[in-house]
Design a protein. Structure first.
Length: 323
């Protein structure tokens, strides 16, 4: 008998319950994966709190890695025993085993750890979306990354430095600033109440950054807009600090001439061609050592604790659930 973690209602972590489950038989063009590790992400929290509604009851989770233990009819290029990883829809990762469409399965080479892959898939695809599609980052780019010691933040810093960019990060503490610098950030602005706009201006000679990535939300987005040069781009990708207040078009232009993007990794990864291209690029990056940092591991039955720790901001790096 296996375990899964099921969301029984919208609300706090008390809405997550551990339940027994039996492995399911894969249908046509499906595989069954036995997870070695499952990634924990803010989108899981957004699902739990109802920001992004899901049908109830629901098994949350959008990334994981493990070994194929059964294949359905029509699956010819994936075999039992293959090491695989995945990210994106459909949700359902918080379980010892699950079914996946063959189109979501990414075969892993032997030199990539399953746990590293489980920590890196969603964040790596997000970095690919942001640094190639949303804004083409290059060695000439100066970019701002909020929460640069978090799971996504570390991945973004590593990927941006791999592309040669100059990275300015923000963190809530000196300890997290050390983590961000250890992973390549050129400059780190420390403190939740720091004057980010003034500090970015000082670091860029008054010009501002080319591209800023804001996953904090709340009142931070208006400050982020003020950190970007004319004709620069801001990507708003989350709201860990709360809902984003309405944006007046005058905050973008004409004087500032800014572009504001609201890209969704779930939409990005839903396109199978994009998913394939981005996943191949991510596998090569992981082989080159550009991967997420595992910041904590929890038993699958401790999913509520993992989400609470992530939500509180007490963690750094990526969090994993281990069945």
């Amino acid at each position: 008998m296996d375990l899964m973690v099921r969301m029984k209602g919208v609300g706090g972590v008390d809405q997550l319950e551990v339940a027994a489950c039996e492995p399911q038989s894969p249908g046509p063009d499906e595989v069954r994966i036995r997870h070695e590790a499952i990634g924990v992400n803010f989108i899981d929290i957004y699902h739990r709190t109802g920001l992004y509604p899901v049908p109830l009851p629901a098994v949350l989770g959008v990334e994981g890695a493990g070994t194929v233990e059964a294949v359905g009819a029509g699956v010819a290029d994936i075999a039992i025993g293959d090491r695989i990883a995945y990210a994106g829809a459909p949700v359902g990762a918080y379980a010892a085993t699950r079914l996946l469409p063959r189109t979501r399965v990414i075969r892993l080479p032997d030199d990539i750890s399953l746990r590293v892959a489980a920590a890196s898939m969603l964040k790596g695809l997000t970095a690919h979306m942001l640094l190639t599609r949303t804004y083409p980052v290059s060695a000439e780019s100066i970019i701002l990354i909020h929460a640069a010691a978090g799971g996504l933040g570390v991945m973004l810093v590593r990927c941006a430095k791999h592309l040669g960019a100059t990275v300015i990060g923000t963190t809530g503490s000196a300890e997290k600033a050390h983590i961000a610098k250890m992973h390549g950030a050129d400059h780190v602005i420390v403190g939740r109440d720091a004057d980010i706009v003034s500090e970015v201006a000082a670091l860029t000679g008054g010009h501002g950054v080319d591209f800023a990535i804001d996953g904090i939300g709340g009142g931070m987005l208006s400050k982020t807009l003020a950190c970007v040069r004319p004709f620069g781009t801001v990507a708003s990708i989350g709201q860990a600090a709360g809902p984003i207040p309405p944006i007046d078009a005058d905050q973008l232009g004409p004087r500032r001439s800014l572009s504001l993007a609201r890209p969704s990794i779930m939409t990005y990864s839903a396109d199978l061609n994009t998913y394939s291209v981005a996943s191949r690029a991510l596998v090569k990056a992981m082989q080159a050592g550009v991967a997420a940092e595992i910041g904590g591991e929890y038993l699958l039955s401790e999913a509520a604790t993992a989400q609470a720790d992530l939500e509180s901001g007490r963690t750094s790096g990526s969090l994993l659930l281990i069945p």
